[in-house]
Design a protein around this ligand. Structure first.
Ligand code: SAH
Length: 423
């Protein structure tokens, strides 16, 4: 979501005749787009701002946008008095105001809803993989999560707007569409005639666009995985056989205190339905370890469910207390050393499962999408249908293919190696 937001901001500055520079010391405006999901990310923002202040041109404007801006509000100006602007994730379209009035301090952390989508210029020359936000905010109040505070209540964009943006991306270079939302599978838009549109409708319409060859979406909430959406995995071959559906914990007690209202049985049932619809589907998850009150027995249940589902790729985090959240006020916070220990154990188990899965791909031919060259320029990076990274030697005889059939020749935990299959 932040990558997409940054592209929109860049497109807006481009349209005003500005261009990007890699060198902070040359910049006339410096914008940090920020994440506040964990405390570490927030702290990094302020240390980075200190570094920027010391090297930037004296009259260069600098500021923060995104969730840390929303979380800190006016206190950001106290922590860093040189800042020129602080704009929340739903008010960054107001950035031009600071260009027009550079001596002012611009603060806006309103929850402006979907206004920003209408007010900003479109991204022209869509990237091969184009993100299309379909929904902002979140109504699930997970007790650890700051997102409902920073991005506000859930709002779905209109079906027509999403299809217009998707068609525009398709016509200007997109091959893969990734629909985005904090709670993407909860997408629900009712038009003026009362007709309801769901994520499955967006997928169906997008799959009809000939330029688009791959469709995916992130991030999904387990109880919003409705049958119409599961059915898409059976009927729509362009929908990738890969889904990130965070379970967070394998302990029913912890899930209850996280305010994640699903049982392990109901979660597993959804996975079974998905596998029934698309036998080769692979699942990834997010995990939080060391949530307040998590015992060794709770943690053991997390290890157990991870093994049972066999997530091929996961993100795991130490619980980080966040302002404006209920869990931060819970009394039985887990000590840092235990969180660290549990994270290492979980990570090593997840890594093993990931390596095993990658090894099962050796010898298979997979249709992959090119993401570009690596740093040396001697290799190309492809993504498999399961979103694994696959490295291929740059072809000596001709241009790289955007989509290619690649035979997997080797695997480790992080990536695959492969070669083009000659037609
Ligand atoms: N709805 C979004 C939420 C973004 S946060 C999504 O599903 O992607 C991404 C992940 O960060 C969450 O799934 C959760 O595992 C983790 N996370 C959120 N709040 C956290 C916290 N306070 N401490 C540690 N990890 C957290």
């Amino acid at each position: 979501m932040n990558v997409y937001d940054s592209w929109r901001i860049a497109a807006m500055l481009d349209a005003r005749g500005m261009c990007a520079t890699k060198n902070v010391a040359d910049a006339d405006i410096i914008i940090l787009n920020t994440c506040s999901v964990r405390e570490k990310a927030t702290n990094k923002v302020f240390s980075e701002l200190g570094r920027i202040r010391d090297v930037k041109k004296t009259d260069a404007l600098f500021g923060i946008v995104g969730c840390v801006a929303r979380e800190s509000g006016a206190t950001a100006f106290h922590r860093m008095p040189d800042l020129n602007f602080v704009l929340g994730p739903q008010s960054y379209h107001r950035l031009p105001q600071i260009l027009e009035n550079p001596d002012a301090k611009l603060l806006n952390i309103d929850l402006g809803g979907l206004e920003k989508f209408d007010e900003m210029p479109q991204i022209v020359n869509a990237p091969t993989v184009s993100y299309i936000p379909i929904q902002e905010g979140c109504n699930h109040c997970c007790t650890y999560c700051i997102v409902p505070y920073t991005r506000g209540p859930e709002l779905s964009r209109s079906y027509d707007d999403v299809i217009r943006d998707t068609a525009m991306a398709a016509q200007t270079g997109a091959v893969e569409i990734c629909f985005l939302g904090q709670n993407v599978n909860g997408y629900k838009y009712t038009d003026e005639n009362g007709k309801v549109f769901r994520l499955s409708d967006l997928i169906r319409a997008t799959a009809k666009m000939p330029e688009i060859q791959r469709i995916r979406f992130t991030s999904s909430y387990p109880t919003e995985m409705t049958d119409d959406l599961i059915e898409m995995f059976r009927t729509e071959p362009k929908l990738l056989p890969f889904l990130n559906m965070p379970i967070q914990s394998g302990s029913p007690d912890v899930l209850k205190r996280m305010n994640r209202p699903y049982s392990l049985d109901s979660y597993v049932e959804i996975i079974n339905k998905l596998r029934n619809a698309r036998p080769d589907i692979q699942i990834s998850s997010d995990f939080i370890v060391g949530f307040p009150g998590e015992t060794d027995a709770d943690f053991a249940q997390t290890l157990e469910i991870a093994k049972r589902i066999r997530y091929i790729n996961s993100y795991s985090f130490k619980y980080s207390p966040r302002p404006h959240t209920a869990a931060a006020l819970m009394s039985d916070q887990v000590p840092e050393n235990i969180k660290r220990e549990r994270l290492a154990i979980l990570d090593s188990q997840l890594n093993e499962i990931q390596r095993d899965f990658n090894e099962t791909c050796i010898g298979k031919t997979l249709t992959c999408l090119c993401e570009g060259a690596d740093k040396t320029g001697r290799h190309l990076i492809y993504r498999t249908p399961y979103m694994q990274q696959c490295i291929v030697a740059y072809p000596k005889d001709g241009a790289p293919l955007t989509m290619a059939n690649i035979k997997i020749t080797a695997a480790n935990r992080a990536s695959l190696r492969g070669e083009y299959v000659k037609d």
